[in-house]
Design a protein around this ligand. Structure first.
Ligand code: HEC
Length: 328
């Protein structure tokens, strides 16, 4: 403004009053229009920005976050009170042994358990000799001999449980195009873990409910995302014969095999919990001790009182004041 006024004054001095009036009128009207346009543009763009922000925020956070319909997501599994999931409980090793039997007799014809070596069964659900006998039932490739030939040898404790199929393609070919996944880490790989697998195994209805669309080759299971699963119901009452005399109902077998699969996903669980309790116990005592030591050490410093003696008031030493902590 100041600059413009100066310019104007200079212009007036040069051109005279009439010229000034004319020029003045034209300049001021065009600059006013420009300012008005600027104001409007600013208003419009800030309004647009505000609306845009709200819309963007709503788009990000305002809508119901359903990635899938409930049917696509599958029925949410019931929560069961699994003993072994409690903080102070271990696996029930008799159940692990039964669960492994179910895996071997039922699931192992389709599902691999490729991360479990025979040696890990020893002491958890089998004796050494039982595990060795089991390992020897299968043949494994030897290292190449002097002629470079690879021969077959019976399995050893260090071998891993063999897969039912040579490769994924063979597995798909035998299962109508669906791949039976490896079960070693299945409990950790699915939302719901034990609850989900138990519900899946026991959740096949006799008939799909009215109105449900089941593709050919698939089976209806409400717990499986999409409700059509390539695995048919595999567990039926009395399917296996437990050596400890437990009645092999569908739910008993499902519970045992799920507990076994939880072991295969977390074989270190018992050890981990025991170590955890030791750490908590010893750590707790040490922490309490360190609090006590700290208070003891700081007691002098925390309980002392400092007095300031203004030197201008007098020369009485602070040590002679009553109640002074500096008294020696
Ligand atoms: C006849 C072959 C067969 C047998 C026996 C079998 N399954 Fe399956 N299983 C499959 C196939 C095929 C799939 C893949 C299903 C799909 O993707 O639609 C599958 C999938 C699964 C899944 C994964 C489901 C998911 O959420 O992806 C679990 C868990 C499972 N089976 C557990 C078991 C257990 C436990 C047993 C033994 C009690 C067993 N299966 C026996 C064929 C079988």
């Amino acid at each position: 403004m100041l600059a413009r006024a100066t310019l104007r004054a200079a212009g007036a001095a040069k051109t005279g009053v009439t010229g000034l009036a004319k020029r003045n009128a034209s300049t001021s009207s065009s600059s006013e229009a420009a300012a008005a346009w600027k104001n409007n543009a600013l208003l419009a763009s800030s309004t647009a920005f505000a609306i845009g922000s709200v819309a963007w925020y709503y788009y990000q956070f305002g809508r119901q976050p359903y990635a899938m319909t409930p049917q696509e997501e599958g029925l949410h599994a019931t929560r069961y009170p699994w003993e072994h999931e409690k903080l102070y409980k271990t696996f029930d090793h008799a159940a692990l042994r039964r669960g492994f039997q179910v895996y071997r007799e039922v699931c192992s014809s389709c599902h691999s358990l490729s991360r479990i070596p025979y040696r890990s069964l020893v002491g958890t659900m089998m004796t050494v000799n039982e595990a060795k006998t089991l390992a020897e039932e299968n043949e494994y490739d030897t290292e190449p001999n002097d002629e470079g030939e690879i021969e077959k040898r019976p399995g050893k404790l260090s071998d891993y449980i063999p897969s039912p199929y040579k490769n994924d393609e063979a597995a798909r070919a035998a299962n109508n195009g669906a791949l039976p996944p490896d079960l070693s880490l299945m409990v950790k790989a699915r939302h719901g873990g034990c609850n989900y697998i138990f519900s899946l195994l026991t959740g096949y209805p006799e008939e799909p409910p009215a109105g449900a669309v089941v593709q050919s080759g698939l089976n209806f299971n409400p717990y499986f995302p999409g409700t059509g699963i390539a695995m048919a119901r595999v567990l039926y009452d009395g399917l296996v014969e437990y050596e400890d005399g437990t009645t092999a109902t569908t739910s008993q077998m499902a519970k045992d095999v799920v507990e076994f699969l939880n072991w295969s996903a977390e074989p270190e669980m018992d050890q981990r919990k025991r170590m955890g309790w030791k750490v908590m116990a010893i750590g707790g005592v040490l922490f309490a001790l360190s609090v006590w030591v700290k208070r003891h050490r700081w007691a002098n410093i925390k309980s002392r009182r400092m007095l300031y003696q203004d030197p201008s008031i007098g020369s009485t030493p602070a040590a002679k004041q009553p109640g002074s902590t500096f008294r020696r």
